[in-house]
Design a protein around this ligand. Structure first.
Ligand SMILES: Nc1nc2c(ncn2[C@@H]2O[C@H](COP(=O)(O)OP(=O)(O)O)[C@@H](O)[C@H]2O)c(=O)[nH]1
Ligand SMILES: Nc1ncnc2c1ncn2[C@@H]1O[C@H](COP(=O)(O)OP(=O)(O)O)[C@@H](O)[C@H]1O
Length: 401
């Protein structure tokens, strides 16, 4: 026997429906996509009170609690939700700054589909929207000992507020000077395999006999701090990230010669002879794949370190840049509690102050969906909002969550 859907779900259509949900004791919004209804409500499970999500399957007549990936939005005084395409729901938080206002709930994007296959159950993912065009994350690959870590350390030292390092997980043992949580999250194979099955990783690969992976949390921790994310990952990982919605810049670092690579690897003195041999064998295949067309946007030869570093800065347009955290466009925008949202063609219209009492100050903001980029895991970039009238922030209305 199927369970009963709450009454307010009765006449659901493609727009958001708001209703009081006795179970969650707050106002919820519901969006129907195909045979499923996604109900957003209140969750007090964590300290910050974030959105909860339940899915009602109309065919099976059953509720489920999907696995929710990504940082969840915290609750605001009110929210609205609208379906922007068959894979994504836009959730707007009222009374929030422009960069806390827009959240995208991905229910069937390629990333979600992939994670669903891994997890073997319903999966959804949150991605925070940010205004303007934030710079792309950077993927750096290259054979062991070529100097990736050295170049990244220089970038992070010279531009500490611009860049943030995506701290990978690995099952390999820490080297003498490596710090857990800084260079890697060092972990056990069985734990990492479980975390992979739970959908916690953007990508993983077996490299030189160990498991390595970029967790969704690692990327989000950097992007949530407003920094540009740097990923030091192997060629397989780069291929997976290419297929994701991260939309990064891909850079492959080459040695000036194989002999020089061997010299650097040995002089680093961090590997046993057996491990050095394995890394050198793997380097041949990595160099072949890394330098063949299609995967990497740029190839840099790390011969003289300073020259290579200058070239890296040039291609990241850092040569004349000072160290700054990306500042999103501060658009004059705040959605009051009383608002409604509709979708027309490739635009979302946010009608503010439309409770009839403040008609002269009512305004409609327009969000252009054609300019959106990125998505889970990480942020949805390229939010451009234009206004069509005076701004009001003081309209009273019903809180929805
Ligand atoms: N796919 C993938 N590769 C990673 C990740 N983290 C590190 N790697 C790669 O794993 C390889 C081995 O890294 P490491 O053991 O630190 O040795 P190193 O390259 O000699 O410094 C390098 O090619 C790294 O770029 C990750 O999260 N995912
Ligand atoms: N351009 C360079 N010339 C000479 N030695 C270098 C150069 N770049 C890096 N090294 C040295 O080579 C070794 C390997 O560099 P590292 O950054 O650990 O490589 P990776 O992270 O790619 O494995 C380190 O001892 C480093 O100091």
């Amino acid at each position: 026997m199927g369970e009963e859907a709450p009454e307010f779900l009765g006449n659901i259509d493609k727009n958001s429906i708001l209703g009081y949900d006795s179970e969650s004791q707050g106002y919820s919004s519901s969006i129907a996509i195909g045979d499923k209804i996604y109900v957003l409500g209140r969750s007090d499970d964590d300290a910050n009170s974030s959105f909860s999500l339940k899915v009602f399957d109309k065919l099976g007549g059953k509720w489920s609690n999907p696995t929710v990936l990504g940082t969840k939005p915290t609750l605001s005084k009110g929210h609205s939700a609208v379906l922007i395409n068959k894979n994504q729901i836009l959730v707007l938080k009222s009374d929030s700054s422009p960069d806390e206002c827009f959240w995208f709930l991905e229910v069937d994007t390629p990333f979600v589909k992939k994670q669903r296959e891994l997890v073997g159950r319903e999966v959804v993912a949150w991605s925070k929207g940010i205004t303007g065009d934030a710079p792309k994350p950077i993927v750096i690959s290259g054979p062991s000992g070529v100097g990736k870590g050295t170049l990244i350390a220089k970038l992070m030292k010279d531009y500490p507020t611009t860049f943030g390092f995506s701290v990978s997980h690995t099952t390999r043992a820490p080297r003498e000077k490596e710090v857990n949580g800084v260079h890697y999250h060092f972990t056990e194979r069985s734990i990492m395999e479980k975390d992979i099955r739970d959908g916690e990783f953007l990508e993983t690969a077996a490299v030189h006999g160990n498991l390595y992976g970029t967790s969704i949390e690692a990327v989000e921790a950097v992007t949530n701090g407003g920094k540009r994310c740097i990923l030091d990952i192997d060629v397989q990982g780069a291929r997976s990230v290419r297929a994701s919605s991260l939309e990064a810049i891909f850079i492959f670092i080459c040695p000036p010669s194989f002999d020089e690579l061997e010299k650097r690897l040995r002089s680093r003195g961090t590997e046993t002879e057996e491990q050095v041999q394995k890394r050198l064998r793997n380097a041949k295949a990595e160099l072949d794949q890394g330098t063949s067309p299609g995967l990497f946007d740029h190839i840099l030869v790390n011969d003289d370190l300073e020259t290579c570093y200058e070239n890296l800065k040039k291609l990241l347009a850092l040569d004349e840049c000072t160290d700054v955290t990306y500042q999103p466009a501060r658009e004059n925008f705040k959605v009051p509690v009383c608002h409604s949202v509709t979708k027309e063609d490739h635009k979302v219209l946010i009608h503010c102050g439309n409770n009839g009492l403040e008609a002269e100050t009512a305004i409609t903001f327009v969000l252009d969906l054609t300019l959106l980029k990125g998505g889970a895991p990480g942020r949805t970039r390229g939010l451009h909002i234009s206004a069509g009238g005076p701004l009001t922030e003081s309209v009273n209305g019903m809180g929805q969550v």
